[in-house]
Ligand binder design. Structure first.
Ligand code: CMP
Length: 221
C-alpha cells in the first residue's frame, strides 16, 4: 500500500499499522462488488484490476467513474451512516481488492488529519469532475463528449508510449457510450471519425491518443 496515493505521505510505522486492517479479496471479471441501494459498511481499495461505478435504468446504464489500481471507492455510504450505496460497483477485469471495515477506517481517520485532508482533496476532485459531467451532458454534442472523456481518462490513467498516450483499460463502444450518455451507434461513428483523422487509434480495445490537441479542438473548455 505504500504506492497508494491516499497513503503517500505515510511513514513506514503508520503503513505497518494500517496494512493488517485491510482484507484481500480476489474477484473475476464482471463480479458485482455491491449494488446501488445496498447498505455500505466497507471501504474498497484496488490493488490490481479495474472497477466501473454505474447506475442503471431498465435498459440503460450510465458509468459515473472508472477506477484502477491505487484508487478507492465505497467511502460515501461508509461515511454517511444510514445511507446506502449510491451506485453499483463491478470489476472490468480480474481484480484484487482490499477492503476495510467502517470501524477500522474511522479509527484511523480519527488519528490521522493527513488522511482526512487527502480524502477531502479526492472528494473535491470527484465533485469537480461530476460538475464537468453535468456541463458536458447539458451543453456538448456527442463528439465533444467522447473527446473530453478520452482526455479525462488519459489524465487519470494514461500511460505514455512512443506514439502517444494509452488508456490501459479495455473498453467496448457500448461502455464508452455509457460514459458519455449517448447511444452506441453515435459513439461508433465518432470513434471511426477520430481514427480516420488520425487523432486516436484503438488497439486491442484500448484507446491510444495520438493527437491530444485535436481532441481538445472539439470543445472550448
Ligand atoms: P458508495 O455510495 O458507498 O458506493 C458507490 C461508490 O461509487 C461511492 O461510494 C463512491 O465511492 C463512488 N462514486 C459514486 N459516484 C461517484 C462519482 N460521481 N465520481 C466518482 N466516484 C463516485
Amino acid at each position: 500500500i505504500q504506492n497508494v496515493p491516499l497513503f503517500q505521505e505515510y511513514t513506514r510505522e503508520e503503513l505497518e499499522a494500517i496494512a493488517p486492517l485491510f482484507k484481500e479479496r480476489k474477484y473475476s471479471r464482471g463480479s458485482i462488488l455491491f449494488l446501488e441501494g445496498d447498505t455500505g459498511e466497507e471501504f474498497f481499495l484496488i490493488r490490481s484490476g479495474s472497477v466501473k461505478i454505474y447506475r442503471i435504468d431498465d435498459t440503460k446504464e450510465i458509468i459515473l467513474a472508472l477506477f484502477r489500481e491505487g484508487d478507492y471507492f465505497g467511502e460515501m455510504s461508509m461515511m454517511q451512516r444510514g445511507l446506502t450505496r449510491s451506485a453499483t460497483a463491478e470489476t472490468l477485469e480480474n481484480s484484487v481488492i482490499y477492503t476495510m471495515t467502517r470501524t477500522d477506517f474511522f479509527r484511523f481517520m480519527e488519528k490521522s488529519p493527513r488522511l482526512c485532508l487527502k480524502l477531502l482533496e479526492v472528494t473535491m476532485e470527484r465533485l469537480r469532475k461530476a460538475n464537468e459531467q453535468i456541463y458536458d451532458l447539458t451543453f456538448l454534442g456527442v463528439k465533444s463528449r467522447v473527446a473530453k472523456v478520452m482526455l479525462r481518462l488519459a489524465d487519470e490513467h494514461g500511460v505514455p508510449s512512443p506514439h502517444g498516450t494509452i488508456i490501459p483499460i479495455k473498453l467496448t463502444h457500448q461502455q464508452i457510450a455509457n460514459m458519455v450518455g449517448a447511444v452506441r451507434e453515435s459513439v461508433t461513428k465518432v470513434l471511426q471519425e477520430l481514427q480516420d483523422e488520425d487523432t486516436i487509434r484503438i488497439e486491442n480495445k484500448m484507446i491510444l491518443i495520438l493527437k491530444p490537441n485535436r481532441l481538445r479542438d472539439n470543445f472550448t473548455h
